[in-house]
Design a protein around this ligand. Structure first.
Ligand code: CDP
Length: 230
């Protein structure tokens, strides 16, 4: 069967990553988390004093962007993807609320996007991938055979992020998370370069009231129909 590219875009914390990972596992495709790349760049800035008094030192970041090596490996036990920043496992750190606070501003920088989009296209060369993000179906792979745009209400998304953080033992405040979700939605939708928007040919999936199983059935159904046509 011909391999395709699956682009999953949507708002923050709507369960895209979990869904994309599970789909990739089900159909034997590779999964790439484009958000993890932007998060790793944000962490790099935090670790290298490129954020001073809440301001991003964009000139230094621009000079050093090629030094930021981001790779993914699959955990042999959990089969989950692990993000490495310059060969160090940062999977846990990049999910912190502190990284979430800066990531959207960093992801709005044109030279950061250019660099990450180039790297993402390279990852998709052989097809057979599921990639999730904000601009995968619009900018990274405009010709992706399967495009899904996921959404859910801001409250449902904040609750999911709250559950995720508390489940791993982190302290979390629901209102602070909701505010972060709304703020990132705003930055993502209004930025000049590749703003978050549904591609015309993407299928809309509102998962506010769907179970994971219902969602997976829907995805597999779409995938089967599309690959039968290929
Ligand atoms: O997990 P969550 O959906 O909250 O976010 P993420 O996928 O980890 O992405 C973190 C942030 O990176 C987003 O809020 C966007 O600002 C940015 N991002 C982006 O601009 N383009 C992408 N393709 C992926 C993420």
């Amino acid at each position: 069967m011909k391999k395709i590219i699956i682009a999953i875009d949507g708002f923050s914390s709507c369960g895209k990553s979990t869904m994309a990972k599970a789909l990739a596992r089900n159909i034997g495709y590779l999964y790439f988390d484009s958000g993890a790349m932007y998060r790793a760049v944000a962490l790099y800035c935090m670790q290298n004093s490129l954020i001073i008094e809440d301001e991003i030192d964009t000139e230094s970041l621009k000079r050093r962007i090629k030094e930021i090596n981001i790779t993914f490996e699959v955990d042999p036990e959990t089969k989950n993807s692990i993000t490495y920043l310059n060969n160090i496992n940062v999977e846990h750190e990049i999910r912190s609320l502190e990284v979430s606070r800066y990531v959207s501003r960093i992801a709005a920088l044109d030279f950061v996007r250019e660099e990450m989009v180039d790297r993402q296209r390279e990852m998709g060369k052989a097809k057979g991938i599921v990639m999730d993000g904000r601009d995968i179906g619009t900018t990274v792979f405009p010709n992706a055979e399967m495009k899904v745009f996921v959404t859910a209400s801001a409250e449902v998304r904040a609750q999911r992020r709250y559950d995720e953080l508390t489940a791993r033992g982190d302290k979390a405040d629901f209102n602070e998370i909701l505010e972060n979700v709304l703020q990132r939605d705003h930055i993502d939708q209004t930025r000049e370069v590749s703003p978050l928007k549904k591609a015309d040919d993407a299928l809309l999936l509102d998962n506010s009231n769907l179970t994971r199983e219902e969602q997976m059935d829907w995805l597999i159904d779409v995938f089967n129909k599309l690959t039968e046509e290929c």
